[in-house]
Design a protein around this ligand. Structure first.
Ligand code: LMR
Length: 392
């Protein structure tokens, strides 16, 4: 059997983790996989999560199965942050279930869309590389459109054309905020136009929200997504807590369905549960339970939001410093100042990415995507000098 398999390329982002770890140079800089880092280069566990985990250890009486939907206390506690505190169920039309990370939620959303007859998914490119991998694995066709204009703004015409042109067996996948890999988000006016296009065309939206809170704040980062949800009868939302609660390896996510009528949710979730059962049976519990404890405790919620504020402020400082540097070689760094979240893209070649890695110990995705949080006041001058030397 096994000799019938052909070797597959390792996931490029995950391969970078190993390459960087194996580099003995003390001054190396990791701008690869998307994890937040402090000025000291650490990715600490949130204090709010540590406190919640301690409470979990002290009070959890059983680790018996919960079911394919996971911890519904977690799923429900998250809803006001995603759908708005006023009416998080949007008139009883929203329900969710826990998933293994945001990836599990995206996978479930796309598999559900496929079960409902979707064959083709429109998506702005570049995107998180795993989006295309999941689509390919499910046998769904990817219909790409340009996410950004050459001037660094989001390409509204392209997304509107995709939404307006999509047929009944097609869906459009959007990033809620902190676009991965470009950091280029739609403006409020653009979201309004996008929402109107969804409403008019009847095209089905699938929204991947993996970085809520890392751009401008939990509320601010949800505004575009909420504009779309307010305008359409049905949608899927995939949410990740891996970044905004620092739960990366604990794999904490949730998949939500917004239906036309409250009565449509039972059938929807009978399908979602069946897909989850066949794929992973039940999601890992620990991280979701910790988030539930944080969100059900006002003090821990305040602590968590303050920690998110600190992360955001640090990333803004890095972006401000990059923008203030102006240019590095032929690379204009000023647009990075107004982009959002962990990522931005440098307009450099694969060869230049390789030179930065080999000669300067600076690691980034071959696309030129950098993790802003990998830069610190102490390594920023080295990064800018190396970029200036390589990208002439
Ligand atoms: C990233 O894009 O670096 C993160 O979303 C991590 C991942 O799973 O790829």
């Amino acid at each position: 059997m096994l000799d019938r398999l052909s070797p597959q390329a390792p996931d490029a982002l995950l391969a970078l983790i190993r390459l960087h770890a194996a580099d003995p140079r003390a001054e190396k800089i990791d701008l690869g996989v998307g994890v937040y880092r402090t000025e000291d280069g650490a990715t600490p566990v949130f204090a709010a999560i540590k406190a919640a985990e301690q409470r979990l250890v002290d009070t959890q009486e059983s680790k018996s199965y919960l079911g394919p939907e996971g911890d519904m206390g977690f799923v429900t506690a998250l809803m006001p942050y995603i759908f708005g505190a006023g009416d998080p169920t949007m008139g009883g039309r929203v329900q969710g279930m826990q998933s293994p990370g945001g990836t599990g939620a995206v996978r479930l959303a796309l598999a559900m869309a496929q079960k409902a007859g979707v064959r083709r998914v429109h998506m702005g490119v570049p995107s998180w590389p795993n989006h295309a991998q999941i689509l390919a694995d499910l046998g769904l066709e990817l219909a790409p459109f340009e996410h950004a204009n050459p001037d660094g703004t989001a390409n509204l015409d392209a997304v509107l054309a995709a939404i307006n042109g999509a047929g009944p067996d097609e869906a459009v996948l959007l990033h809620a905020c902190c676009h991965n890999p470009t950091g280029i988000d739609y403006t409020a006016d653009q979201w309004t136009a996008i929402a109107a296009a969804f409403a008019k065309s009847g095209t089905f939206p699938i929204i991947d929200s993996a970085y809520q809170g890392l751009g401008h704040g939990m509320e601010e980062d949800a505004a575009g997504m909420r504009a779309v949800l307010a305008a359409v009868p049905e949608a899927f939302v995939a949410h990740s807590c891996d970044k905004n609660f620092g739960q990366y390896r604990d794999r904490v996510g949730a998949f939500y369905v917004m239906s036309k009528e409250p009565g449509d949710l039972d059938t929807a979730f009978s399908n979602a549960n069946a897909l989850a059962r066949a794929a992973w049976s039940m999601p890992p519990d620990h991280g979701g339970a910790a988030v539930r404890i944080v969100l059900n405790d006002a003090e821990l919620t305040g602590l968590w939001l303050a920690e998110l504020d600190t992360m955001r402020a640090r990333m803004r400082e890095v972006r401000d410093a990059l923008a203030a540097a102006g240019t590095a070689g032929r690379v204009d760094l000023t647009p990075l100042g107004t982009q959002n979240g962990l990522f931005s893209m440098l307009p450099i070649t694969k060869e230049e990415v390789a030179t930065l890695r080999e000669e300067h110990g600076i690691y980034m995705a071959a696309s030129g995507r950098i993790n802003i949080a990998g830069l610190t006041p102490s390594n920023l001058p080295k990064f800018i000098a190396a970029l200036a030397a390589v990208a002439q």
